[in-house]
Ligand binder design. Sequence first.
Ligand code: ADP
Length: 494
Amino acid sequence: MPKYIMALDQGTTSSRAMLFDHQGHTRASASQEFKQHYPQPGWVEHDATEIWQSQLAVAEKVLADAKVGPQDLAALGITNQRETVVLWERATGKPLHNAIVWQCRRTAPLCDRIRAEGFDRTLRDKTGLVTDAYFSGTKIAWLLENLPGARARAERGELACGTIDTWLIWQLTRGHVHATDVSNASRTLLFNLRTLAWDNEILNYFRIPASLLPEVKSSSEVFGETSLFGAPLRIAGVAGDQQASLFGQQCFGRGMVKNTYGTGCFLLMNTGAEIPRSESGLLGTVAWGRQGRTVYALEGSVFIAGAAIQWLRDEMKLIRDAAESETLARAVPDTHGVYFVPAFVGLGAPHWDAYARGTITGITRGANRYHLVRAALESIAYQTRGVVDAMAQDSGLRPEMLRVDGGAARNDFLCQFQADILGIPVERPATTESTALGAAYLAGLATGFWQDEQELAAQLQLGRRFEPSMDVSRREELYAGWQRAVERAKAWAK
Ligand code: ADP
């Protein structure tokens, strides 16, 4: 009997492989960083071959370290940095160019043109996304436009394209399978949330031939087999990283929300079978597809969260390491009226103000570094509240609790303050690897390793639950102060 599921977690800065046992416990893990390429200011690329080689290397390493053979594996799950695209030659599997990474801003002028032509409304309506360089579609259009001969070759059917999941599946199956899952497809700006297919009107607009794109499958089914590990292994679960984390956190019910606190924050709310529409600057996206059903999500991202703590450490030298922020914050009862809005790169959801800049307000003579550090941690919780409020407004659903993960979720002060400022409990699972676990769950459910969601629910291990303990008037008074501070930060760089 196979004892493990292997999950590949292909992230923005590193490739990771993990083995999970039947209880959902981590048996082994290996990861490897790879190089970031910045060919011009604002441009970000990865070497797609290096991505594949690093991913294969860590998969082999995790098996060797744990002394586990392919016969011990029930299936393989894949989760990945989203929106990043690769264009390659079908005959050889060779990329034509570096991967264009989600962070890359090279297609911002194209997005301006789309807005000027008014096509952004069509895109919003059909794909749930805002017209921004972040998403894959304009990146693919850029490659076809700028690589000599690429468009003609694409039209002759000689090329293939895809997000990182698709690239890994192609390599793992030696070119036999060209496929993606609905969650990754929903980040491309080319995928219709209603028909769950590539949208012809959008493909025509971007002049992207349909033959370039992968087949779209659900997130939990057998995509194909790889024999690179010595015996055939089924690839059976695929989802974008934030969606995989929502699944790994077991937010299976409508209205459930998870927040990942990393460099920024990514909040996703399960909206069930309903296609979400946002009037508040959130995105509509596919959470996952499984057993013939599609689950949707509302998504809101905050650009700077844990990065504000890094800034206190690296630029301001107020703390030695991120964990010290907790000790300092606890040394004072409050921020002494100080608010810190870390709008270093503008503000994301729900404000979308590219011209906002970092602001510290309310400083008086008694303010000190403890107050500033505390204000930085509190800003992460306030920004999260802004997105949760927007989600409630758009969906009519008020979450009963918030599940958290990511590096900064290790901070107990932050988790408690988050519970206080939202007025709902915050639950932190024992394992912080929700993303890889989500991919493993999707693969294990597709292959009978696990039967159903109920079976998974039994293995959910709570690390700690933080109950709200602040009274309502205090909470609303603090939050009102934050909202005033945000107004001061907006439109600064205009
Ligand atoms: P990413 O995947 O975006 O690189 P991680 O999930 O690894 O991020 O989290 C790293 C971020 O979390 C960093 O920005 C760091 O400053 C922050 N962080 C890590 N530990 C703590 C802590 N104990 N308190 C506050 N922030 C923390």
